[in-house]
Design a protein around this ligand. Structure first.
Ligand SMILES: [Zn+2]
Length: 394
């Protein structure tokens, strides 16, 4: 059986006034998702264990069938695996965002989606001043980078910058054991970046500068049992973001690069759908992750989030479903999201999310059923990794 797992990051939400008190999932033009919900099984699932915050790392780990409460060390450790970095046992990886902080308020966790080329010039300047025998920088994509710190303070408490948008940073700075050194690096980055030519050019062009680094999500190297060991499955991951690449590497899935996959609303949807169907010719399993709805939620833009969900339905879910039907083989299509990113919060929330599972081929489906936050009155029927383990065992 072929298994296609389609995840729209952060699609869940609350009713939004400008959408006529509907959620973006309800307001979206999403006939494919509603038909899959009608023809398949539909449940509300809990994706974040009580002991961990509902980050994309924890929630995608659970969607993939792992008990995050047992396996999780830190987001940056997952991203390090995705970037092909080998962490030594005493290395602590920190996520190093380039952020925009103005008058001590977190304005933008993404520095206006700074380009990778600009970001690498900035990381180079930071490394020249801040790196030493114990600290090194690993440049990533756009605003997302890593700082690897030998014997770094793994036990301090850090907060994701996308969870504190529009708030003063004072009460959200790293705290606890060793936090002073982390805060010190962040403070020193401000002075280095203030006069950087890349930032001067961005400000002149009306774009937000990368005013400092924000360190968070730290953890030591992480290990997972592979899909082959657990389920006898070979498979692949299609995503634009390092976090999901990392989860794929740790789970023993092949990462397929799709040209033009951006993690934003302008991503190459057709390329991702085609790559997924192509991968299923060779393998049993494919996980297709689309980041855009989450990013729109963090922007607080309900209309854009609704559009991102409509695009996901029309250009990812529809073509992959039709492709599976056309293959003429038994398939299982799993459709869900990792968590809610309510536009009113501009951050994640831990309420359950809908998940639909369709075993095909089923032929033409015209009936529709709501695929939204009201499934089962919004109450979780299971913790997602329990159900996923059943589904992947076939
Ligand atoms: Zn997410």
């Amino acid at each position: 059986m072929k298994i296609a797992y389609l995840v729209g990051d952060g699609m869940g939400d609350y009713p939004v006034e400008v959408l006529g008190s509907r959620t973006p999932l309800q307001a979206a033009d999403a006939p494919n998702m509603r038909r899959i919900a009608a023809a398949g099984q539909l449940r509300m699932v809990q994706t974040a264990p009580d002991s961990l915050p509902p980050g994309s790392d924890v929630c995608n780990l659970a969607l993939m069938g792992y008990n995050a409460a047992e396996n999780y060390t830190g987001r940056a450790a997952i991203e390090a695996a995705g970037m092909g970095l080998d962490l030594a046992p005493d290395d602590v990886a920190f996520r190093c965002n380039l952020v925009t902080v103005t008058d001590d308020v977190m304005i933008d966790h993404a520095s206006d989606h700074i380009t990778t080329a600009e970001a690498h010039q900035i990381i180079e300047a930071l490394a020249a001043e801040l790196a030493d025998d114990a600290i090194r920088f690993a440049p990533g994509v756009s605003y997302r980078h890593l700082l690897i710190w030998q014997n770094g303070p793994s036990d301090c408490t850090t907060e994701p910058p996308h969870e504190i948008l529009e708030r003063r940073i004072d009460s959200h700075l790293p705290s606890g054991p060793g936090a002073e050194a982390v805060r010190d690096l962040m403070a020193r980055s401000r002075a280095i970046l203030e006069a950087h030519p890349v930032n001067r050019a961005r400000i002149a062009a009306g774009k937000r500068p990368a005013s400092q680094i924000w360190l968070w999500g730290q953890g030591k190297a992480m290990q997972l049992a592979s899909y082959r060991e657990l389920y006898g499955l070979s498979g692949s991951m299609i995503t634009a973001v390092d976090l999901l690449r990392g989860l794929a590497v740790l789970a023993g899935l092949e990462v397929i690069d799709v040209e033009g996959a951006t993690g934003w609303i302008d991503t190459n949807y057709e390329g991702k759908a085609a790559a997924a169907l192509d991968a299923l010719k060779r393998n049993d399993f494919v996980y297709v992750h689309v980041e855009a709805p989450d990013e729109c939620g963090h922007r607080g833009d309900a209309a854009l989030k609704t559009q991102a969900i409509s695009e996901f339905d029309a250009r990812i879910v529809g073509p992959i479903w039709r492709g599976l039907e056309a293959m003429g083989e038994p398939y299982r299509l799993i459709l869900t999201m990792d968590h809610r990113t309510p536009v009113s919060l501009r951050g994640h929330s831990r309420e359950p999310v809908p998940m639909a599972v369709l075993d095909g081929p089923v032929g033409a489906v015209t009936a529709e059923r709501a695929f939204d936050e009201t499934v089962n009155d919004g109450q979780a029927q299971c913790f997602v990794f329990d159900w996923v383990r059943e589904l992947l065992r076939g």
